[in-house]
Design a protein around this ligand. Sequence first.
Ligand code: GH3
Ligand code: MG
Ligand code: MG
Length: 377
Amino acid sequence: MQLDPRSITVMTALMAAVLGAVLLGVRRNYPPGIRGLLPWSLAPMACALAAGVYAMQGLLPDPVVAQSGNALLLAGCGLFYFGSQRFFGRRVTWRLWGGIALLSLAVLTWFLIRPDYRLRVAVFTGTMTACVLAHARLVLRDGRGFAARLIAGTLLLQAAVLIARGLAAFWVDGPASSRFAMTTVQTAYIASYCFSVLLLSVGVLLMASERVREEFELLATRDALTGALTRRAVLQAGGEEFDRWRRYEQPLSLLLLDIDHFKQVNDRHGHQTGDRVLAEAVAVMREQLRATDRLGRYGGEEFVILLPSTGPEAARASAERVREALAAHEPAPGIPPCSASLGVAWTQPGDASLDALLARADAALYRAKAKGRNRVE
Ligand code: GH3
Ligand code: MG
Ligand code: MG
């Protein structure tokens, strides 16, 4: 293919600049909890500037083009990496990689003074490869989902191209070759670079969006005061567990828990103390539950606990454990102790929906209250 390397370089510069601007715009609209968007938006901009400088070959002195282009490209590569480090909450290693980049640029300067294009290519692609592989390792370790796989895949491909370019330098290029020589290797190298910037920018944008979606999902399914599931979320999960029981005959039990004499807590200690009692009670309940159990706030001081794959005996034991833990819990100073009553229900032939279990648990809870509270029925 007779693609002109200089034209590809110019197009890459324009495209990368636009991608950087898009990322900057996105950054303003995302919650500040999504870290790394600033380095990520500066990265394609540095790549754009690098490509712009390279395209000026012939217009500017050669050493200026080579050194500023290389420096900008290394900066772009590093900024993508630093953005990911911030995104994943890792320490940003800019000192280390800044030092490596400066060392590499010093060596490159040496080979400008005693010109050897091949060694310059090898040193430069070597430095880039190290940074790209460190970045790929981070994303493979900390990332999940499609976007992370896209980024890691792009980085690994980019590393392969860089290594191939570095090695090819020794038999394709002469010591006096130049950047825009119309070799297939050079054309492929520049074109793949263009795609890397595109795919990495799209990848980080997708990864940030996935994070935003996860955070909103968490907000929508968690009760703000106690951190338990919301009523809607726990009932939805209960519906799914109920279907699993009907289809696969996996047993399912459900606890309904109501804190005893809670109105008195509010009346005597104030509503804020009441709130703290609720939050503490949820923390105590959590300690008694398995990872697969789900705890939701049904309303006010009433809670639903789903116990998947649990029959009547084990459910009753769970309920007793929760009741005992609440009654034995020593609250923080200024917070009154409290107990709770629980109703237990489990799936029975003929149940049409989760509502049947909820109704039986509610009736049992009513009996527990009538029999004196702080008990399981
Ligand atoms: P019982 O033992 O029969 O359950 O008595 P109780 O006082 O707990 O029962 P009741 O349902 O009459 O009182 C529940 C109280 O819980 C009434 C309401 O003001 C209070 N409440 C509901 N939601 C909240 C909340 O989010 N924070 C606080 N502090 N109080 C709440
Ligand atoms: Mg109540
Ligand atoms: Mg109550």
